[in-house]
Ligand binder design. Structure first.
Ligand code: C2E
Ligand code: CA
Ligand code: CA
Length: 338
């Protein structure tokens, strides 16, 4: 089955992620994998050729990744080329905007941080969610200028927020690998007059595993600025306990798929993640909480922060819960502004 093939590819890649010792030297080979699912009537040589095509696509897309062969590969390439061209203009033409999703602190019942999520108002197709264009942005490298746009606009939006509220911004794998990421973040914070402690950067496990040594260095220099770095979609990758400790991360966000599974009785993974996070002093956010039943389960497992439709969908900055209160009441915890 496709999932099994993908799972196997993931396991193979995870195995090599730590690198190999050849004599005294440590190497970290990259691995591009092409997968083809062949039917009983398929000619082996065709399957091999198609797997090869998929493998070359993996190389094209930056190497060290897994790609599927699919017959519409050709058509898809044309479509994504078109989307890439349009996205290039979208940034300049002001077609992007941000929405923010509150993260609720269950201990205090307050919203103390919001995740910035990008939207694209496409001239013909209307509002597009990131799942429809981030992959193209990532493979074309456009995600770097796009990410800069997101960071700057998120910081600008914070001008109107109470001082105690932080913003959480997604960093793509490409951005994490950019040599000038540190300078960019430092300068943006200074330019917008936002204290570093109000910024949280979300990185994925896959982004970190692409080059663990470089990622560790980047993460620690960023954290030295005073901001937080958390792991997004936790549990979907291959992060180990020691990884969380060694990278000195500030927290993690449990992927929505695990929260959905709670209702079907599988609490073991979420329970384990929360326990080990507590032991390591990490903040935990449960993502995609949609029902009261999930909320109660999460609360009873000891998770402190939740994000999801139950609290609020992503909304415009001026629609955030703390923006609707009279200004004097917007400072959280009853503190006065300034
Ligand atoms: P993510 O970081 O995991 O963001 C959470 C996604 O889950 C958001 O989708 C949000 O709208 C959705 N969501 C929140 N609560 C619920 C819920 O209760 N139920 C369900 N079913 N979904 C919920 P969105 O905005 O479509 O973003 C999708 C992904 O796109 C994000 O996943 C993130 O990986 C990426 N993304 C978004 N904005 C940016 C950005 O500025 N830069 C980069 N590099 N990636 C971004
Ligand atoms: Ca995120
Ligand atoms: Ca997530």
């Amino acid at each position: 089955a496709p999932e099994q093939a993908l799972e196997l590819a993931g396991r193979i890649r995870a195995r090599l992620a730590d690198g190999v010792l050849v004599g005294p030297d440590h190497y970290r080979p990259t691995m591009s994998i092409g997968i083809v699912i062949a039917g009983p009537d398929d000619v082996p040589i065709t399957a091999l050729r198609d797997a090869d095509t998929a493998m070359y696509r993996a190389k094209e897309r930056g190497r060290d990744r897994t790609e599927w062969f699919d017959p519409s590969l050709h058509r898809a390439t044309v479509a994504s080329f078109e989307l890439e061209r349009e996205l290039r203009d979208a940034i300049e033409r002001g077609q992007l905007h941000l929405v923010f999703q509150p993260i609720l602190d269950l201990d205090t019942d307050e919203v103390r941080s919001c995740e910035a999520l990008v939207r694209w108002t496409h001239p013909e197709r209307g509002e597009l969610g990131p799942d429809e264009f981030i992959p193209v942005a990532e493979s074309s490298g456009l995600v770097v200028p796009l990410g800069t746009w997101v960071l700057r606009h998120a910081l600008a939006a914070m001008k109107e927020w109470p001082n105690a509220v932080r913003v959480s911004v997604n960093l793509s794998p490409r951005q994490l690998a950019e040599p000038d990421l540190f300078a960019l973040v430092r300068d943006a914070l200074e330019e917008f007059g936002v204290h570093a402690s109000r910024l949280i950067l979300e990185v994925t496990e896959t982004a970190v595993l692409q080059d663990p040594t470089a990622a560790a260095r980047t993460i620690s220099t960023l954290r030295a600025l005073g901001l937080s770095v958390v792991i997004d979609d936790f549990g979907t990758g291959y992060t180990s306990l020691s990884f969380l400790r060694d990278y000195r991360l500030d927290g993690l966000k449990i992927d929505r798929s695990f929260i959905t599974d709670l209702e079907h009785g599988s609490t073991a993974i979420v329970d384990a993640i929360i326990c080990m996070s507590g032991a390591l002093g990490l903040n935990v956010v449960a993502e995609g909480v949609e029902t009261l039943a999930q909320l109660e389960q999460i609360r009873s497992l000891g998770c402190r922060y939740i994000q999801g439709y139950l609290v609020s969908p992503p909304v415009a900055s001026d629609e955030l819960p703390f923006m609707k209160l009279p200004r004097a009441a917007t400072e959280l915890g009853g503190r006065r502004p300034g």
